[in-house]
Design a protein around this ligand. Sequence first.
Ligand code: AMP
Ligand code: MG
Length: 331
Amino acid sequence: MICLGIEGTAHTIGVGVVKAVKGRCIVLSNLMNTYLPEKGGIHPREAANHHASQVAGLIQASVEHAQVQYSQIDLVAYSQGPGLGPCLRTAATAARALALSLEKPLIGVNHCVAHLEIGRGTIPECKDPILLYVSGANTQVIGFAEGKYRVFGETLDIGIGNCLDKFGRSLGMQFPCGPKIEQYAKKGTAYLELPYTIKGMDIAFSGLLTTAEEYARRGNRLEDICYSMQETAFAALTEVTERAMAHTEKHEVLLGGGVAANTRLRTMVEIMAQERGARFFVPAKGLCVDNGAMIAWLGYLMHQSGIRMSLNDSIINQRFRTDMVEVTWRD
Ligand code: AMP
Ligand code: MG
């Protein structure tokens, strides 16, 4: 079975084609194009216009790159939510049009669950992980329990990527700021105290952001601020992830989302896993960021387990929560 997936929750429009071989995900193609605002944050309508201008070309290129014929595609999947309304609608519209023209079934999938399933699908040893999902808008610690992917902890305000981007932007850096902050952080030498906010299993980053901006205004070294932000925020994320692993007695941890590219975060989570005797996994870079292949793969899993979606049901849900999904394809 060959499935084409369209991702369009936020800044990235992506189209991927995957094939299932003995229950494993083979990525045949995974192309994407990211909207980069010239200044400021992501404007939802502008991002959607960008996606609309790119999606047809990306579908064509992704099918060609996968070396399949349109007639070989068995299923079309799309990101149903959570995300920005105009972006979600653009991806869903493209998916509907493609499914109708190919006369193939259509299925909408949860973006956060897709981040987890692509790890399980492409890393053979990764079977039942706690996912630390760290992206621009989303920050969640997710694990499977009793028929659903449960959110054990999450941000109460902004996503970790958003926190880094906002800080960078206040200093005139261009989106995405996370990679730039990582480079500055490598040259940091002094730790500056920042709020470390964990409430139960949830995290908040806005206090850390405000304090970091205040340090910048006072003229503290940027390298030290970036270093301190990473150490503080990533320690909090690692702590919550460890507590979710302890609570669920799971022995695997998986990273997902754009911030998973950060080597300091990877190191911290890997050390935590080692100290617990657990295994640590990160999907290939193109499968960590928002991408169409993960959407295609989750679409395949859902379809295989008997889930069907009519055209009338193919609406989007900006607030589609991870734990709203009935997980029928695994136990
Ligand atoms: P996503 O929303 O999952 O596509 O991820 C985008 C986010 O990842 C943006 O907020 C980026 O600033 C952030 N990001 C990308 N690379 C890094 C990095 N090396 N370190 C920290 N954050 C990063
Ligand atoms: Mg994402």
